[in-house]
Design a protein around this ligand. Structure first.
Ligand SMILES: [Zn+2]
Length: 468
């Protein structure tokens, strides 16, 4: 009887926690998310344009920064086509004009935006907006048969903030049945113990950075662990997901992997369905893809996002810094939500000497990592030191000399034959402040400065904090 009462009390607390977290706004957001996904594509499109118009109207009335831009584009006679002419908003503009764009007053949560180092700004959210963030992610969980009360383990960075916000956030996690295992500098050294904690907790979802989940997968593989319990899906977020990570994680945990595309300043932007399609979260963000100027030959374009719910700090045609493509094929799952493919950061390039041509880094990184011996995957990263040069950094103690020679061979095969390819042994890969571990260090202004969080915004879906 006591146990039953305890369970009941816990249930009430969790409900209270859910309410505390997102109040009534979540209910509306949730209902809309449930309803929209099954509408035909044209209906989804029309509805989303209505939400966008409503947001623009609101912003026009109360925001001088955007009012000017909307006036330039001919507001109020602004249809979808004309919306394409509204000036885009860059991450640096957000930092410079933060005081004009939004107000920090009454913010319940703050999420950092991107921008080059030093130009970050905290984007304030009210609880209502946070409710919209959560609805998108939770709908995605639902696609994999997981409900809001199911246990979740989060492998994400430490929370920023003072002791009070940290405590409340911890209480909130507990109330909604989440366990957060912070990914910090000691995470990789403690992966064995962390794998054990995850096993004991038996979550329905493991939600975290691909680099962190991949480390745990390595431990499980070495232990010969067999999947058991109720793990239904592993959701990867906050960093680019490489094919080698996806494969190793799927095999080690014996469960499917789904990708979420989202970031701290915009919330959930897309979530992968069980058919492998990344569906846009149309209720939360309006995504557009524009062709970059200057003779771009690639099929992909720059992803712009208009946050539809955050009225405290509107983001209109905001440059995410990611490249993407809209897929025209209808997904077999039947959802009317647009299908997106994210192709990496626009700024992640390799620059060859001689021609000076820029190659999207992802096109080389994927084959390079996949061709490495499995044991070395996740232990090797690529640093683009100078034009025409790549250093293949290998963690000390992870490879024999024969294996190091193999790394060079793979590097020479994959990168251009004229490239200067070198293996460098490093002590270990330090995680950056947000707990992320970049596997590509791009060339920056001719210098390869050590990665900082402000710079690492340049990985897909990668603001400092993932949506939740
Ligand atoms: Zn689908």
């Amino acid at each position: 009887v006591n146990a039953a009462r305890a369970t009941q009390a816990l249930g009430h607390l969790r409900q209270a926690g859910g309410r505390w977290l997102v109040e009534n706004a979540f209910r509306d957001a949730w209902a809309l998310h449930q309803n929209t996904e099954w509408c035909p594509q044209e209906i989804v499109r029309d509805r989303q344009w209505e939400w966008t118009r409503a947001l623009l109207q609101d912003v026009y009335n109360g925001n001088l920064f955007y009012k000017r831009r909307l006036d330039e584009a001919g507001w109020p006679a602004l249809d979808r086509e004309a919306f394409n002419c509204v000036r885009t908003t860059s991450q640096n503009e957000i930092a410079i004009h933060a005081a004009k764009i939004g107000s920090q007053r009454g913010a319940e949560v703050r999420r950092s935006s991107g921008g080059s180092a030093g130009s970050r700004v905290a984007i304030p959210l009210d609880r209502e907006t946070y409710g919209w963030y959560m609805a998108g992610t939770w709908r995605g969980f639902g696609w994999w048969g997981v409900g809001p009360a199911d246990p979740v383990v989060l492998l994400l960075g430490h929370r920023a903030g003072n002791w009070r916000t940290t405590l409340t956030a911890r209480a909130k996690d507990w109330l909604v049945n989440w366990r957060r295992i912070p990914v910090g500098d000691r995470f990789d050294a403690e992966a064995v113990e962390i794998a054990h904690r995850i096993e004991c907790y038996a979550p329905a979802i493991l939600y975290g950075y691909p680099s962190a989940v991949h480390r745990v997968a390595g431990v499980l593989r070495d232990k010969g662990w067999r999947p058991r319990g109720r793990l239904r899906v592993i959701v990867l977020t906050g960093e680019p997901v490489y094919a080698f990570q996806r494969k190793a994680i799927q095999e080690a945990f014996g469960c499917p992997v789904a990708e979420e595309y989202g970031c701290g300043e915009l919330g959930c932007m897309a979530f992968e369905c069980p058919h492998g399609t990344l569906h846009a979260t149309v209720e939360n963000v309006f995504l557009q893809i524009v062709r970059p100027s200057n003779g771009w030959s690639g099929e992909e374009g720059l992803i712009l996002a208009t946050q539809l719910r955050n009225k405290m700090f509107p983001l209109i045609r905001y440059e995410t810094g990611d490249l993407g493509i809209f897929k025209t094929r209808q997904c077999p799952c039947g959802r009317g939500l647009p299908a997106l493919q994210v192709c990496g950061r626009a700024s992640d390039h390799l620059i060859a000497s001689g021609s000076g041509a820029a190659i999207p880094a992802r096109t080389k990184l994927e084959p390079f990592f996949s061709l490495l011996p499995e044991r070395l995957q996740g232990r090797v990263r690529v640093a683009h030191r100078t034009i025409g040069t790549v250093h293949l950094e290998v963690e000390r103690g992870s490879a024999s000399s024969a294996e190091l020679a193999r790394v060079v061979d793979v590097g020479k095969d994959v990168f251009h034959p004229d490239w200067h390819v070198r293996v460098v042994t490093v002590e270990r890969f330090p995680r950056i402040m947000s707990g992320k571990l970049p596997y590509f260090l791009p060339l920056r202004d001719g210098l390869n400065s050590p990665p900082e969080d402000g710079a690492i915004i340049k990985t897909p879906g990668s603001a400092l904090t993932p949506p939740i």
